[in-house]
Write a protein that binds this ligand. Sequence first.
Ligand code: CP
Ligand code: NVA
Length: 303
Amino acid sequence: MKPKAKRDYLKVFDFSKDEFLYIIKRSKNLKKSKESSNYPLFGKNVGMIFEKPSTRTRVSFEVSVYQLGGHAIYLSPKELQLCRGETIGDTAKVLSRYLDAMVIRTFSHKTLEEFSAYADIPVINALTDLHHPCQAAADILTIFEKKGRLEGIKVAYIGDGNNVANSLIEACALTGLKIDVATPEGYEPLEESVKKARSCTEVNIFNNPFQAVQDADVIYTDVWLSMGEEGKIEKREKFKDFQVNSNLLKYAKADAIVMHCLPAHRGEEITDEVIDGPQSVVFDQAENRLHTSKAILEFLLTL
Ligand code: CP
Ligand code: NVA
């Protein structure tokens, strides 16, 4: 008998609209009822490789696996034979013999795709240079909880057209949210994500943050320099007019919520006043990483 094809979550568009909405609803239920008590991952082992630092993603996945009844194994990239030149393909093939899924944070999205191509088990993207799809699931759950609906919601993303922006755009497309993005010229999000998203929802790209926040229900930002870009001082300079501060908030709806995937560079892309202010939902958003991680794991491992 042919085994069922494995499913990955490398980018938001790996899920259909129905599947993504199921993940959001399931996360809400898992959060509310602690339904994980039937241990759907009992007897399953999940490997986790993080080539970049992580607080939320790593801890929420590790806790999720445990609470779902499985076992998470953190594999330090410095201790795997990968660091001595063993190929990604050989590593993926071998780990597929022991494990039931892999959660990977790496630099190049191509590396993740290569791992997935050789792996027989589900691979979950814990962040690459191009996508952060687990973050996007938590973002949509947070918007749904705070606004009580997804229909008619407009999101404004202000800042770098990076991994977080690309996944947010894809998630807005699957859930029918309108999204306006404002980035400095040359820092726009992935054309591929925008193009496909436009077949499902309205996506506008501006170079002016005040234009993007008009009538916004949600204002979202992320760091100007992502992990690995710390030395790019000239890039930071281009973003100085894209700060989410109390003046910018005046141009959005009065009840707009403010989101940030965290970690934040306070005083750069967002002021203390705004991130600690009454419109900020960043810590509920961070908590939702746990509930959505559980739904993603359960969906991919118990298909
Ligand atoms: N938002 C997010 O992915 O945070 P970490 O880098 O701490 O995992
Ligand atoms: N864009 C940021 C997100 C961190 C969660 C980065 O890649 O560093």
